[in-house]
Design a binder for this molecule. Structure first.
Ligand SMILES: *Cc1c(COP(=O)(O)O)cnc(C)c1O
Length: 422
């Protein structure tokens, strides 16, 4: 009989550190699995309640009138997010586009958008009009922007928010995820506290950029007072199966306005053919709780392993999580480069490619990225990005399959070990 093969060579040091990391992560894995099961039942119940059947996958063409699959998928997302209504479309090209549809959908000239989580995610800057000119940003259309910065602890500054609400903004905007910063992500509970404060002071719409946060906890922002949320389908909600797209969920009147922006005033949700994308989008949201759980386990394992190897990481391996992002502070460029090469070498797609630091537009330093995904740019699949500057951290996220992601993370650690960087 043939004995079991060794497919990857790991030194004793990395094998032992990984075993210890896994042991340390066990309690956290138990918590993740409990949340996964809860969310999986939530999703299953939504499918059953909407009576999903084979015919819903057929897909429509042209105007897409009466597409039952599209209508049921909207209903399922609304149910999962505990929202009145939702619009889920493959024609939303990315998270930024989806957020832009929501912002332009509800904001009008003269309105103020108040962001209470510091500077928002980079790609939203040109939507708001913080960068770029003459592209038709909110600013070009007379929508004003205000911001309250995060406190020293990286948390929203409640006093500053309370003060800013005096100027009666039309919208209060919250970014749930840390994005590519070292600030902590916001828990749904913290979002709820801000939403309650806002609703007690004025009638502003509370909108949440929910990217990377979906299904990480048992409840979603729309269940604690957020009026509108949006996210990408090539992150958590698409479960790594949706090939593109985005979703918006929330109050019925607001989702309707978003639908008028997405298609046209008057037509709204009634049009939009689904071509052949329905099955993938249904399967994606069905698998999403499990896939998010796998990504969270990968993140916790990486945190635990790099803590064991002596690095500072955020969140730490035993901290509670509100998004799927893991930052590892590797202290210098050499380690960041080697880490990303290791992650790339363990990808199922493009493993043979060597990532190189490059001058990415919009960054003031070189950036190195590792990604080997079935869907271009999908960051629910294991990927890592590191700007080569202070604080010399790499942000990794995703991993649709824990065992494969763990192997890639071990390869990254092994690469550092071989180069004498540990
Ligand atoms: C990814 C992300 C976006 C933008 O999504 P894209 O799909 O990259 O356009 C916006 N906000 C946050 C917090 C994100 O993580």
């Amino acid at each position: 009989m043939e004995s079991a093969k060794t497919f990857f060579e790991f030194s004793n040091r990395i094998t032992e550190a990984s075993s210890a990391a896994l042991e340390k992560a066990k309690a956290k894995f138990g918590e993740i699995e409990e949340i996964t099961e809860y969310n999986q039942q939530k999703v299953l119940k939504a499918f059953i309640d909407s009576r999903v059947s084979e015919a819903d996958f057929a897909g429509s063409t042209g105007y897409g009138y009466g597409d039952t699959g599209r209508e049921k998928l909207d209903r399922i997302y609304a149910d999962i997010f505990g929202a009145e209504d939702a619009i889920v479309r493959h024609s939303f090209t990315c998270g930024t586009h989806t957020l832009a549809i929501a912002l332009f959908g509800v904001l009008r000239p003269g309105d103020t958008m108040l962001c209470v989580t510091g500077t928002p995610y980079d790609t939203i800057h040109s939507v708001i009009g913080l960068s770029g000119e003459g592209m038709g940003s909110l600013k070009d259309f007379g929508v004003k922007y205000e911001q309250t910065d995060l406190g020293k602890d990286g948390k929203p500054d409640i006093d500053a928010i309370e003060k800013a609400l005096e100027s009666k903004p039309k919208m209060v905007y919250i970014q749930r995820s840390r994005g590519y910063s070292l600030r902590p992500s916001l828990s749904v509970d913290e979002i709820g506290k801000i939403a309650s404060l806002v609703h007690s002071k004025c009638d502003a719409i509370v909108m949440v950029d929910n990217c990377y946060g979906e299904l990480v906890e048992k409840i979603e922002p729309t269940q604690v007072g957020a009026d509108l949320i949006a996210g990408s389908l090539i992150k958590n909600a698409g479960g790594s199966i949706a090939r593109t797209g985005g979703y918006i969920a929330g109050r019925h009147d607001l989702v309707e306005l978003c639908a008028y922006r997405a298609t046209t005033p008057g037509l709204g949700k009634e049009v939009g053919c689904t071509l052949g994308e329905n099955r993938n989008m249904f399967m994606g949201i069905f698998h999403a709780p499990h896939v998010v759980g796998e990504a969270l386990k990968a993140a916790v394992f990486a945190a635990s392993l790099f803590e064991n190897l002596g690095f500072s990481v955020t969140p730490s391996s035993d901290e509670s999580r509100h998004d799927i992002i893991q930052a590892l502070c590797l202290e210098n460029s050499d380690r960041l480069i080697e880490f990303c090469k290791g992650i790339q070498s363990g990808a199922p797609v493009d493993s043979f490619v060597t990532p190189e630091p490059w001058d990415m537009p919009g960054y003031d330093s070189k950036v190195i990225m590792a990604a080997g995904a079935f869907i271009l740019g999908s960051s629910i699949e294991l990927s890592a990005d590191a700007p080569l500057r202070e604080p010399f951290a790499v942000w990794m996220q995703g991993g649709i399959n824990f065992h494969s992601a763990k192997t890639a993370i071990m390869l990254a650690a092994e690469g550092l070990n071989r180069k004498g960087l540990l």
